[in-house]
Structure formats: structure tokens, C-alpha cells
Design a protein around this ligand. Structure first.
Ligand SMILES: [Zn+2]
Length: 413
């Protein structure tokens, strides 16, 4: 037996006036998702607990069966791992932004005009070179990823992830001093090193030739690096050990890929999978079916539904739901129904109306040879609430799936 879990990021939503009181999921024609609901069992999930709005990293940890609030140790390290950077248990990683500030360190643009990856790479190279010639109280690795994004990893003894961010989060505010968030020596030490690095990076960047050229072209200079979301590795028992399975993940987002890698899942890279509206969902579907030949459990993550909600774009969200329906159709057609469990859910609700993650539950459907079907015939927030799975927590999902795969050990005599 095999299982495939499809997660539409932020796919669940609230009823919208412009959809005559329906949610985007309810208002979209999605015959294959509805087919799953008809032939499977449905329910709703509180990713963490009722009313609690989680980030995608926390929600994914929960959907993989972890006690997310206990194991979560900040986003930085997860994103670093997902970006292919080695992180040791004693390391601290920040996710960083190249940004633009004025002479008073007031933020003009938090993404340096979404600087091209090429330009960011040149700046990164010089920063890393200068850093390696200087003494800091920790080993420093700085690496750009895509556009304005980068990772800073500190390695050494006595470091802590309990430090604040230097990103003021809004344009027009001054860059923040990084502060310790508890009274340990480690946090104070980490904050001190990070502040020193911030200034050091700024000195390199402010008159850098790449920035001079950018200014000549009318582009914003990337004259500062903002350090955000300090994190360290969470202590996770990998799924391989917990359930004795071979798990894999198909996901374009470094953050979610990082979570899954730490859960012992093999990341499968798919060409055309971008984490944007333009992502090639069919390529993901094909890769997922192929992965099922070698892996017991395959997670497929699609980001666009969440993006659309943050952007407040109803039609984009509905388009992404249609794409997910296409993914389901391919999987239904190309897997053996006697051998495959298929589950579809969202990691959290992202409301088009508020543009934010919300604490409302999300729908879940599960189809497979031995599930007890129910009378639900539609995949949607309200329809699934009437289903046979009832209302479960995010961390209940993995045991439910793994039980069908015969991977949950009996407890007791
Ligand atoms: Zn989101």
C-alpha cells in the first residue's frame, strides 16, 4: 500500500460576497476533487487547534504528525536546509533580505526592488570573501538564494535562536537593532555578533560597484541585508524511523522542503515547479506517480492557492484550484485504486478577504481501498464538515494514513 498527500497551501477560505456566499473551493468546478469526496471519506482539520492561525512551516510539521508548537524552533534553519545549506544542531540560521535603506537606515524597499539573482550573487560573493578575511565570534556563511533572498548561517558554540529580527517589516521605518529575546548569555552573544555583521555587510554594500551600476540604471541599490527569523534545527524523529516508510516530497518552496527534509523525506525536484501561479502542476503530478514506484508516501505541495489569497485575487485562487483538480485527475487515472490512498487537504485557511492566514479549519478528503466512505459528495469547507472523519487535528492525519499502510504499531497487549 502507498499513500499520496496533496496539500493546497492556504486553499481553504471563508465565504465571499462576490461568490454569493461561497468559498473559492465551493465556487470552483472541480469534478475530480468532488469525485474523491464521493468515493472517499471527508472531514475537517484544525491544523494546530481551533482558531489558531499557523504559518505554513508550523502547519506542515503538524500534518506530518509532529507536535508543531513543541518542535518548532524558527523559520531560518528550515529555510536554510530547504535551500541546500548544511545546518548542524548548534548552528543558527537567519533568512535574509537584500534591502534598500537611506542614509539614516530608514527602509526604502524591503526587497531592493526585487534585485535580480545575478546582482545579489555578485554582492554575496564579495560579502562572503570579506567575512572570511575578518574575525567574528562565529563562523559565518552567507548565501543568496532567489532574487532578494539569502541565508546567513552562524556556526560555533554558545549561539541562540532567541534573537529578534532587524527587519522593521514596513517601509519608512528604521532598521532595528537585533535584540536578545531571553536573558541568556547565548542570546546576548548571538545578537552582538549579528549586529556587528549587519554593520559590516552595510559597509561593503553601500558603495559597491554593483550598486553604483544599479543606481545609474535607475534601480534601487541593495545596500543592506536584513536578518530575519533566526532559527535552529528542530529535533524531529524522521518518518523513516517513526513509521518505517520511504517518504518523498515534491515542493518548490525552500521553507516547506526544509521541513520535509528534516522529517526524513526525499525531495524530488521537478522542472517547471516554481511555487508561483505559473507552476507546472502536471509535471508535479507525473513526478508524484513516478515517485510512488519507489516511495511509500509522497507529499505534493502547491503554493499558488495561498499566493492568490495573500494577493486578494479570487479568480487566481479558483484557477489554482482547477489546476489542483487536474493534478488529482492525473493521479486518479495513473494509480491503482486497490493499492493507493489519496488524501487532499490544505495546510491552513488563507482568507481572500483579510489576505491573512486564519484559524478556521480546513477540509480533508481521503480515498483508498479500505476507508469507510460517507455521504459527502463535494470537496469544500462546509460539505467536508459533514464527513465521516469528523473534526481532527493536523497531527492526527499521519497516524490515520499510516494506519491504512499498516505502519502504526499496536499499543498495549
Ligand atoms: Zn501564506
Amino acid at each position: 500500500m502507498k499513500a499520496i498527500l496533496i496539500i493546497g497551501d492556504g486553499m481553504a477560505d471563508r465565504p465571499l460576497k462576490e461568490l454569493e456566499g461561497k468559498t473559492p473551493l465551493e465556487a470552483t468546478e472541480k469534478p475530480f476533487l468532488d469525485e474523491l469526496a464521493k468515493s472517499g471519506i471527508c472531514g475537517i482539520i484544525d491544523p494546530i487547534s481551533p482558531g489558531f492561525p499557523p504559518g505554513s512551516d508550523v502547519a506542515t510539521l503538524a500534518l506530518l504528525g509532529y507536535d508543531a508548537l513543541k518542535v518548532y524552533t524558527g523559520r531560518g534553519a528550515l529555510e536554510a536546509v530547504g535551500s541546500g545549506i548544511e545546518v548542524l544542531p548548534t548552528d543558527i540560521a537567519f533568512r535574509c533580505n537584500f534591502a534598500t535603506v537611506d542614509k539614516d537606515l530608514v527602509v526604502v524597499d524591503r526587497r531592493a526592488g526585487r534585485i535580480a539573482t545575478e546582482d545579489a550573487a555578485k554582492l554575496t560573493e564579495d560579502i562572503q570573501k570579506a567575512v572570511s578575511e575578518e574575525e567574528f565570534e562565529a563562523d559565518v556563511l552567507f548565501k543568496n538564494t532567489v532574487e532578494h533572498r539569502a541565508i546567513l548561517r552562524l556556526r560555533g558554540p554558545e549561539l541562540s535562536n532567541m534573537v529578534s529580527s532587524s527587519d522593521p517589516a514596513y517601509v519608512g521605518r528604521r532598521v532595528q537593532k537585533i535584540m536578545p529575546l531571553d536573558d541568556t548569555l547565548q542570546a546576548a552573544r548571538t545578537a552582538k555578533i549579528a549586529n556587528k555583521l549587519m554593520t559590516f555587510f552595510h559597509e561593503i554594500l553601500k558603495n559597491h560597484e554593483v550598486n553604483e551600476k544599479r543606481k545609474e540604471k535607475g534601480l534601487l541599490p541593495a545596500n543592506i541585508v536584513l536578518f530575519r527569523s533566526a532559527g535552529k534545527l528542530p529535533d524531529l524523529t524522521p518518518l523513516t524511523l517513526k513509521y518505517g516508510i520511504r517518504p518523498a516530497v515534491i515542493c518548490a518552496l525552500p521553507l516547506i522542503r526544509g521541513v520535509c527534509k528534516l522529517a526524513g523525506m526525499k525531495p524530488i525536484l521537478v522542472e517547471g515547479a516554481t511555487g508561483t501561479y505559473a507552476t507546472n502542476v502536471m509535471a508535479k503530478a507525473k513526478a508524484a506517480v513516478k515517485a510512488l514506484e519507489s516511495y511509500d508516501f509522497v507529499l505534493v505541495h502547491v503554493k499558488g492557492t495561498d499566493l492568490a489569497s495573500h494577493d486578494g485575487k479570487v479568480s487566481k485562487k479558483m484557477e489554482m484550484i482547477v489546476k489542483i483538480d487536474g493534478l488529482v485527475s492525473y493521479i486518479l487515472e495513473n494509480t491503482d485504486p486497490e493499492e493507493t490512498y489519496i488524501a487532499v487537504t490544505a495546510d491552513h485557511t488563507t482568507s481572500i478577504a483579510t489576505g491573512e492566514h486564519e484559524g478556521d479549519p480546513v477540509p480533508i478528503v481521503l480515498r483508498g481501498p479500505y476507508v469507510r466512505t460517507d455521504d459527502v459528495a463535494e470537496f469544500g469547507e462546509r460539505a467536508c464538515a459533514k464527513g465521516g472523519l469528523g473534526r481532527i487535528r493536523g497531527k492526527d492525519l499521519m497516524p490515520i494514513l499510516m494506519n491504512f499502510l499498516g505502519k502504526v504499531k499496536k499499543y498495549g497487549a
